[in-house]
Design a binder for this molecule. Sequence first.
Ligand SMILES: [Fe+2]
Length: 367
Amino acid sequence: MAATAPTKTTRQGSVEPFTIVDGPEAWRAEDYRGRDDWVTVLSPVHVAELDAAIQGVIRAGLDIEGNPRSVTRAAFPLPTLGPALEGVREEVVRGRGFVVIRGFPVDRYSRRETLIGYWGLGLYWGKAVSNNKAGHLVGHIKDIGHDPANPLTRLYATAAAQPYHNDAADVVTLLCLKNARSGGLSSWSSSISVHNEILRRRPDLGPVLAGPWFFDRKGEVPPGKKPFFAIPVFNYHEGYLSINYSDNYYLLSQRHAEVPRLTKAHYEAMELFNQLAASDEFRLDHMLQPGEIQVLSNHTQLHTRAEFEDWDDVDQRRHLLRLWLAPEVERPLPESYSEIYGGSVEIGNRGGILVAGTVEHISLEAE
Ligand SMILES: [Fe+2]
């Protein structure tokens, strides 16, 4: 191992490659475990504003299913909750990288009211982008019987465990509607802390992780594109470190003869990365409860969920809603991200999955 562990520390905005990146987003479990100051509780005033905004959209006859973008911030006024939501976005984008919000009244709302309300919160965080090739602007995370053993299956439509990864947008949020009978624990960890620890323990793996990693599109292929593309895990760009990691997509890319074979160093890097992300030292666990919203930066945080066992009654089954968001205030990203960000790295207008025939809409049910 020729490389030596770095001693220099830099921060987001002036990050130098292969240095220890310090800042609030480089947290460890001991910083937050056993505390709940990362939970923002909606006040009765906030909830009253949310109720009023939802009813305003319904009275105005706006079509949340067919034309969700007709529901704009102007159509969804939140006088005091709005600034609080912008504070959440700031914490996620430029602070520690995660927030949980408690108290969205899912029990009181119809599915349509819930979707309008969740969409409305998202308007204060960023532009919502498509979650899949169907064009779902609010995704449904539910076991709808897709086979997790099929490598082309996206795991959110199953009851299987998901490995540590990040999603294809700047920010991901999940709203819990219902929990499973057992299992489904959410966990997340700082990918920046994982980066730092890898450089300390195995500095030789730094350049491997900053090199190209081939990523399978799982059949969601934009026009004129190949079914795979290359993107580094460690992305040092204009003074920012952004991490992009999804090991099952790298492993799957090996089905294409054109893709270079993963080397021993790649496998060692994935093993160490997964081990650190899931370790007691770096991992925070939280069982999302109905009405809670998890908000995460995909550039600085990794997330996972455990396998679950669901209820027999279809209507009782675990169900989360998801928004992928492009905030107007974000970091620059290298061009390679356009492959996974809907063809653009323009701040405020990037992320999500767009293929031929994608029509943006919101579905009331998981499908
Ligand atoms: Fe995810």
